[in-house]
Design a protein around this ligand. Structure first.
Ligand SMILES: NC(=O)c1ccc[n+]([C@@H]2O[C@H](COP(=O)([O-])OP(=O)(O)OC[C@H]3O[C@@H](n4cnc5c(N)ncnc54)[C@H](OP(=O)(O)O)[C@@H]3O)[C@@H](O)[C@H]2O)c1
Length: 315
């Protein structure tokens, strides 16, 4: 029998690679819920359901119709700085929505797969294990921890996937730290990068592959999805310059205090991934291999765009 899967945030950085992967699986019936018009979401016209996920009446209707076996929540309020001032909206999306999803999971006996963040920790002693004690230091982190707690308290089948600094190709999602770096380097612009802020960067295709394992193995509980390299932002910028063939002199190392953030950042954040390796068999790629994969995907997409432009020119 086909598995019915509802996904929220399908055009986000994490959501899009998940839909790409699941749409290749024959036994999945996907409902990708997003605000996008059918025109913009045309490459997934078979799965796309146009709705505002914060309209809980519409949401209830689509759940009643789809009765999902699996709910994947990749939607979130993810702007860490804006969250400090826009607290109500952040809470609505990161906590109130999750409360609804927990209720739907109860009604339809669905497996809820939810994403969380290394920002639930204070960054004193990272990288962190699944069992480490959370202590968020900014509002975004507090909202992510509150969403986790709602899921942990509910008696439902659930998986919380914590991840951290990520990158990967998407067609519509907002830029990442790494895509911004590449854009600046391409324009020969110097970039100030913090010597601190540690994490374990991961490519989003690896996250999607891990989600598929979670579904197939029906793995419940908390899992860290993170790469094997524990690096500062400066280290990440240097790896990007090396793999993409830019000069490291474009990187200006600076202290954290020189960057104006609205929200406090956990300095030694990051996540250890041994549990995902042991229980899910996931070997997340190292930084060099994952950046090389990202570069190949970008080049392939550029080639496809060039061919499309030539065809358009001839028509
Ligand atoms: N990005 C990171 O570095 C990072 C690190 C750690 C953890 N995470 C976690 O990973 C998960 C996914 O993050 P991400 O980076 O993929 O986020 P993202 O790129 O910002 O995507 C979030 C998605 O949620 C959608 N959304 C927001 N409000 C909506 C609404 N009212 N109706 C319909 N859709 C709405 C957004 O659509 P619109 O663009 O149309 O608003 C967007 O597609 C989140 O739980 C996040 O906390 C991310």
């Amino acid at each position: 029998m086909k598995k019915r899967i509802v996904i929220l945030g399908p055009f986000g950085k994490v959501g899009e690679p998940i839909v790409n992967l699941l749409s290749q699986e024959k036994n999945c019936e996907i409902y990708a819920l997003s605000k996008l018009t059918q025109e913009k979401a045309k490459h997934w016209k078979n799965y796309h359901v146009n709705l505002d996920i914060m309209d809980f009446t519409e949401l209830r209707n689509i759940f009643a119709y789809s009765k999902p076996d699996i709910i994947i929540n990749a939607a979130a309020y993810t702007n860490v700085d804006d969250a400090e001032v826009d607290r109500a909206d952040c809470w609505k999306l990161n906590v109130d929505l999750v409360n609804r999803l927990v209720r739907f999971a109860k009604i339809y006996n669905s497996h809820l797969i939810h994403f969380s963040s290394d920002y639930i920790f204070d960054g004193e002693k990272g990288p962190y294990l699944e069992t480490s004690r959370p202590n968020p230091i900014n509002f975004y982190g507090k909202s992510k921890l509150a969403s986790e707690n709602q899921i942990k308290l509910a008696k439902i089948k659930s998986t919380i996937i914590r991840t951290n600094l990520l990158f990967g190709h998407t067609s519509l999602a907002k830029p990442t730290f790494i895509s911004n770096l590449i854009d600046s380097f391409k324009h020969n612009q110097k970039v100030k990068v913090a010597e601190s802020l540690f994490s374990n960067p991961i490519i989003t295709n690896d996250i999607a592959a891990g989600v598929l394992r979670v579904i197939l193995l029906e793995a419940y509980g908390i899992y860290n999805f993170s790469g094997p390299n524990y690096m500062s932002r400066l280290g990440v910028a240097q790896a990007v310059a090396d793999v993409f063939g830019f000069n490291r002199s474009l990187i200006i190392p600076c202290s954290l205090s020189e960057i104006e953030f609205q929200a406090r950042r956990p300095i030694y954040a990051g996540l250890l991934n041994q549990k995902a390796a042991k229980e899910l068999g996931m070997q997340f790629q190292n930084i060099t291999d994952s950046l090389r994969e990202y570069k190949s995907i970008m080049e392939l997409n550029q080639t496809v765009r060039n061919i499309a432009n030539i065809k358009h020119f001839h028509n």
